[in-house]
Design a protein around this ligand. Structure first.
Ligand code: URA
Ligand code: CA
Length: 432
């Protein structure tokens, strides 16, 4: 291990054997935290080649269980988002892409901090359960083309352990380490092809376009290295996606979008990502053809229908797809008035995410309970005009005192007297 640390410290490339030795040793406990920490810091400063990142990814994949999706016919395409505010895309994309014939066997996570999680949103649907055995999961995808569950089994334990160590050694923000961490989880979950949505802007993990590009390029290169067709879209998170932030509110927004009545930005992002998934799943030759397929299954209602089937198959109340008023709703709806007139020039998406979290829509720490009914529905987005006193947003809350959230929203939605254009939604596409 000392030789490996020394090599990386001096900027040399590690071999597959050396990387595997480290990952296996650290997972077993034969390599102590202090040596692993030293290597992580050396990687932080010296970086890793795409080849090394590929080896690191696969060593982490092989450190635990891998989901075997081979009993599902067709290419299994997964989507991953680096996390944003009000990002409801998985709820929409899963039935949407499945309705076009691509099997969607999706493992999702819970929300933490200002970002929401797909599992929490699904649990806003009464009765919906996110635990299926691997056999049930595979069978449901074969029967209905779509299942969305929580992580089962012991996937990528090496990543879990290393992430905890990175967290306390100031090495989380190393792009090769982030890229291999994300890719290892997707591959262990059985993906043949991976479509990445890398967010950039105030509400994102990667605040600058340069960092988002570097992360996207790293992940696409890992995909190529390990034989998984991988592509990335860099999308905007300078403001929340869509209008709704909060679990039941986002389920309703997903239903609207599956009906073709969703917010423009959320709809467009789903069409862009969905087209890539369909091409990766080899159900269309071009993204134009794929997009037409997606638009068709929205128009004829089959995407919405499939959302209903997915809910029913997992024990939930499928009536919500035709009657979203059956979703949990909050006791109070409170307007957040604009304090001045002008054009919305900026939104600090993560702070608006925090305003929703304070209402109970998200968790500050892993063990917090969340309130599925509460959240925020924006009335304005960047570029919109507003008059003083007009609502910027509506707060859905189960208590009357929401002063702190009101203040956060008013502070972090900037109003200017200059013209402001709407930000571009898609900054870049990166293919393998
Ligand atoms: N998300 C991950 O899954 N891994 C990282 O290292 C950072 C963000
Ligand atoms: Ca939203």
């Amino acid at each position: 291990m000392v030789d490996i640390i020394e090599k990386k410290r001096d900027g040399e490339m590690l071999s597959k054997e050396e990387i595997t030795f480290f990952i296996n040793g650290y997972t077993e406990g034969s390599i102590p935290d202090y040596q692993a920490s030293a290597l992580l810091m050396a990687i932080y400063f010296q970086g890793m080649t795409p080849e090394e990142q590929g080896h690191l990814t696969m060593a982490m994949v092989e450190s635990g269980d891998q989901i075997d999706l081979s009993a599902i016919e067709g290419l299994k395409v997964d989507k991953h988002s680096t996390g944003g505010v009000g990002d409801t895309t998985t709820l929409i994309l899963a039935p949407l892409v499945a309705a076009c014939g691509v099997p969607v066997a999706k493992m999702s996570g819970r929300g933490l901090g200002h970002t929401g999680g797909t599992l929490d949103k699904l649990e806003a649907i009464e009765g919906f359960h996110i635990e299926l055995t691997e056999e049930q999961f595979v069978k449901q995808v074969n029967d209905f083309k779509v299942a969305v569950i929580g992580q089962s089994g012991n996937l990528t334990p090496a990543d879990k352990n290393l992430y905890s160590l990175r967290d306390v050694t100031a090495t989380v923000s190393s792009i090769p380490l982030i890229a291999s961490s994300i890719m290892s989880k997707k591959i262990a979950a059985g993906a043949d092809a991976i479509v990445l949505d890398v967010k950039t802007g105030e509400g994102a993990f990667m605040k600058t376009l340069e960092d988002a590009e570097a992360l996207a390029h790293s992940m696409v290169a890992i995909g190529r290295q390990v034989g998984r067709n991988t592509m990335a879209v860099i999308s905007d998170m300078s403001q929340p996606l869509g209008y709704a932030i909060g679990n039941a509110l986002e389920v309703k927004e997903a239903i609207d979008t599956l009906k073709g009545q969703g917010p423009e930005d959320l709809t467009e992002l789903c069409l862009v990502l969905g087209s890539k998934m369909i091409v990766a799943g080899e159900k269309a030759e071009t993204v134009e053809e794929a997009r037409a397929m997606l638009e068709a299954v929205i128009k004829d209602g089959s995407a919405l229908n499939l959302f209903g089937k997915l809910i029913e198959a997992q024990g939930g109340d499928a009536r919500i797809v035709h009657d979203p008023s059956l979703l949990p709703s909050a006791k109070f709806q409170i307007e957040v008035p604009a304090l001045s007139s002008g054009t919305i020039s900026k939104m600090v998406a993560d702070e608006i995410g925090v305003a929703a979290m304070l209402l109970g829509a998200g968790r500050a720490t892993k063990d917090d309970q969340i309130d599925l009914a509460v959240g925020i529905v924006l009335k304005k987005k960047i570029g919109d005009q507003v008059n003083a006193g007009e609502p910027l947003a509506i707060i859905h809350a189960n208590r009357e005192d929401v002063t702190k959230s009101i203040e956060l929203i008013q502070k972090h939605i900037h109003i200017s007297n200059q013209v402001q254009e709407k930000p571009a939604l898609i900054h870049e596409m990166i293919t393998g």
